[in-house]
Design a protein around this ligand. Structure first.
Ligand SMILES: [Fe+2]
Length: 243
């Protein structure tokens, strides 16, 4: 069990101080304590990490991703990470940090694994919802298309890399399109890991945790990824994230 130690205020005047002086010091200390008590506590002054609203309605991605899946994925899983994170950081200096700061500060810290897992999952999921849109897929904007051609040979080759990374991730994790210097790259991360903590810049992600697709596709991850890339992927979002 841990205890929080609060600094004590000047309640112990040095020996030899006159009684009147002691009274004044005591009154000043009481005033200081009262005014400190009137200030909001640090944790109460902090804004909890928020669950951002979905950028579309829960049924907007159907039939590729059903409202039922979104209801659990956003309403239970994503919200659960937000709630867990806020419990874990309440009353700590991290309660005053931005979500990105928390992810970066907790990455690789053995005593902050739970904070990292929940914070990174909050960030990754918000990024995932924005990586999708109703009526997505199709041709990427010209600038992104040119970069895909330069880095992979074609748009289709880029999509194949994303599908391969999605399938190559054993167990839970994420497939990502990232900016690596002047090039596009496809990478995958296990569990809550995120490129946000590394040198490359995330542009787009695909959630390949089973909770992302199991209600609609059961074990057919490849079908979920193929449908997502053809019909939901938000290339505009990826393009905007480049610069
Ligand atoms: Fe997820």
């Amino acid at each position: 069990m841990s205890h929080t130690h609060h600094p004590s205020f000047a309640t112990h005047p040095a020996p030899g101080v006159s009684p009147r002086r002691r009274l004044l010091i005591g009154a000043a200390a009481a005033l200081a304590a009262a005014s400190l008590g009137a200030l909001p506590r640090r944790a109460a002054a902090s804004t909890p990490v928020a669950l951002p609203p979905l950028p579309y309605g829960e049924s907007a991605l159907a039939p590729v991703i059903s409202a039922n899946t979104i209801g659990f994925h956003y309403g239970k899983h994503h919200k659960g990470y937000v709630d867990n994170l806020n419990k874990l950081i309440a009353g700590t200096p991290m309660a005053d940090q931005s979500l990105e700061q928390i992810v970066k500060a907790s990455a690789g810290q053995a005593d902050k694994t739970a904070i990292f897992n929940n914070a990174a999952q909050v960030w990754n999921h918000t990024f995932y919802w924005n990586s999708l849109k109703p009526g997505g897929g199709g041709e990427p904007p010209a600038a992104l298309r040119e970069r895909m051609v330069a880095s992979f040979g074609s748009v289709d080759a880029c999509k194949k890399e994303l599908a391969a990374a999605s399938m190559g991730q054993f167990g839970s994790g994420w497939a990502w399109l990232v900016r690596d210097g002047d090039k596009l790259k496809v990478v995958r991360t296990p569990n809550a890991e995120t490129p946000l903590t590394g040198a490359s810049k995330p542009l787009l992600t695909i959630d390949v945790w089973e909770h992302a697709y199991y209600l609609d596709y059961q074990n057919r991850r490849a079908d979920y990824v193929a449908a997502l890339l053809d019909k939901l992927v938000n290339w505009d979002f990826a393009n905007q994230n480049w610069g």
